[in-house]
Structures are given as C-alpha cells and as structure tokens.
Design a protein around this ligand. Structure first.
Ligand code: GRF
Length: 190
C-alpha cells in the first residue's frame, strides 16, 4: 500500500490536525509531512513539535511566492488539508494542487458560510437564528472560499439551551470523527 503524504494548513488550536495525525498513526495509510501556519503561538505548532512534524510559517502574500509553493510541493502531498486556516487561498495554490485541496467548515454550507463566518461567529449566528440543526461541511477548495464542491456533510441537533461553546464542542466531535474518515475515503480513490 502506498504511503500518502498530507500537508495540513492550520492556524488554531489544531484539534482537527491532531485527529488526522492520530488517524495516520492507526491507519498506516498516510503521514502528515508538513504543517503550514500563519499564526505565531497557535496551538497547532505545539502539536507539530510534539509529533516531530515540520512547520512552515507563512505571512500575508507568502502563498503568492513560487518558493512557498515549491516548499509545499517538495512534500508531494496527495491532499492539502485546510483545518482551521482562515486566509483566502490564492489561485497560485489551487492551480498548483487542482482538485487536491480540502477544507472543513463548521456549518451546513451554503448556510453560514462566506466572509466573516468562521469559528464562534458561525455558532453564534446559528443560535441567533434559532436553527434546530447545524453540522459540518467538508468540501473541495476553489478560488471562491466556501464554494467548492461538497464532499460530505454531517448533521447534529441544536438545542434550545445551546451556547456557542456547547454547540462548538458538539461540532468538534463531528469534525474529529468525519474529517479523518473522509480523508481516508478520498485517498482510497487516488
Ligand atoms: C474547526 O471548527 C473548523 O471547522 C474550522 O476551524 C476550526 C478549527 O479548530 N475551519 P481546530 O484548530 O482544529 O481545533
């Protein structure tokens, strides 16, 4: 069986990155060869250090530079995974890895997607609208953020006493279950 390489873009706590790293260990199908991060001090950097995974720190505009794309390409990723990466992905990256970039979003897109809709903002808006359900969307990334083809959606209830924090915790559980399994499914087709 071929060992796939994954490059993860993450700039937050990194709990999804950790779930993917754990899945790599148990499945033996893939390894995370690089983590790309734009936020100094982000939790995901500590996770990478603990796991011995190199981190490429980037700044605004870095992804426009051929050296940055080459540094990512050097890892020959089967998939580039966005797990809590907030900046817009430029055409330089989507052109370099066509059909190979996958994002996770904490709502049932197209609902609660687009500009400003990330993290707690999404859950606050879902609760304010008195939705009875929310969920996650795993989708391909094209040059229009949050608009690429949907691969998988999973749903969960929103209860009348949910806060953004309780809903976020439920959504994270969905993410940690479905993101590694969706990656596994995609890799089986590559
Ligand atoms: C997740 O909720 C994901 O849907 C969103 O950013 C969050 C990242 O959380 N894109 P973590 O850093 O993986 O814990």
């Amino acid at each position: 069986m071929r060992m796939h390489s994954l490059v993860i873009f993450a700039s937050g706590a990194g709990s999804n990155a950790a779930a993917i790293i754990d899945w790599c260990r148990t499945s033996g199908m893939a390894r995370v060869s690089l983590i790309v991060c734009n936020k100094p001090g982000a939790g995901v950097i500590d996770i990478a250090a603990r796991e011995g995974i190199p981190v490429l720190m980037i700044e605004k505009g870095s992804l426009q530079q051929p050296e940055t794309i080459d540094a990512i390409r050097a890892h020959q990723p089967s998939l580039v995974i966005l797990a809590g990466y907030l900046w817009k992905i430029p055409a330089t990256l989507t052109d370099a890895f066509p059909g190979r970039i996958v994002n996770i979003h904490p709502s049932l897109l197209p609902a609660y997607g687009g500009k400003g809709m990330y993290g707690g903002n999404v859950h606050t808006a879902v609760i304010a609208a008195r939705e009875h359900e929310s969920g996650i969307t795993i989708h391909y990334v094209n040059e229009h953020y949050d608009e690429g083809d949907i691969i998988v959606q999973a749903r969960c209830p929103v209860t009348s006493n949910d806060t953004p924090a309780t809903l976020a915790a439920r959504i994270h559980r969905l993410e940690h279950f479905f993101f590694p399994r969706t990656i596994e499914f995609l890799l089986m087709g590559l």
